[in-house]
Design a binder for this molecule. Sequence first.
Ligand code: MTE
Length: 325
Amino acid sequence: MLFKRHPNGLDLPFPSEITPQEVYTGRRQFITRMAATAAVGSGIWEMANREAFAQTAGQKLAARPNVALSTDEKQTPFKDAAGYNNFYEFGLDKGDPADNAHTLVTRPWTVRIEGEVKKPLTLDIDGLLKLAPLEERIYRLRCVEGWSMVIPWVGYSLSNLLKQVEPNGNAKFVEFTTLADRKQMPGLRSGVLDWPYVEGLRIDEAMHPLTLLTMGMYGQVLPNQNGAPVRLVVPWKYGFKSAKSIVRIRLVSRQPRTAWNDSAPREYGFYSNVNPNVDHPRWSQASERRIGETGLFQPKKKTLMFNGYDQVASLYTGMDLKRYY
Ligand code: MTE
């Protein structure tokens, strides 16, 4: 994250880090408008739109609010949550996923749950939606890059799904593999990560009620750029643990490799709990910028241990969280 591996071996900062958001968003809108104007006459515009809306975009997804697990902080506007994304399979700039992810085909879609389990299972997206009652949970999401959002997600605790497959005694970790299809995902041409994007959790983290298997946000199915049709949201960990567009969930006996840890092991550990006391090797993690709040000069917020989700602290009793970052 954050730094492209340049062919010459140098680390280059992402454009979003060296250019204020307002400036590059404006530039992007200008370029998009120009491209749209050029495309209208040729019919490309209509085709692209038809493709985008043939999917389930914008479809309502009813859910019961889970107030006990929700923050009452001000929600990030939908346009920011769906317009400022990390989804490298669709490009490296924050606006790229919203521009490019219309090529993601989210139906039909299946998720395979296998490994150290008694009852492996393949479910399609309708099966997943019906597996447990959908809840709306308003969670803070803190990115390792130093920004955060407050988003009303729709889904249910991942534990509902894991219980169905009956993990056996060897199941100590859970590995999440996401779609890697060059035909749908232009970003796979970049070597920034070793695709597919893979993430992992310890089994007790995966079973924790806060860990949300997520199919929607803001009362709708997930926009493609936010990880349609199914992603993870782990609110006490940095955002990159929340894998998007999951196709396989494997219960395993050993700690799985993860994409960001493979790419920069000193910077992105397996645990990646939000922790203001453990800086990233190249910047502080003590504070954060809330996306969508006030422009460039808004005061930063103090970052809270476990992103404020104190109920997970007992999962790490006795662990040195500087060592297990
Ligand atoms: N999942 C996949 N498959 N590919 C990605 O590039 N980026 C991660 C995570 N999940 C990513 C991913 C990162 S770095 C963050 S911060 C969150 O998704 C961003 O989620 P959002 O765009 O919905 O805010």
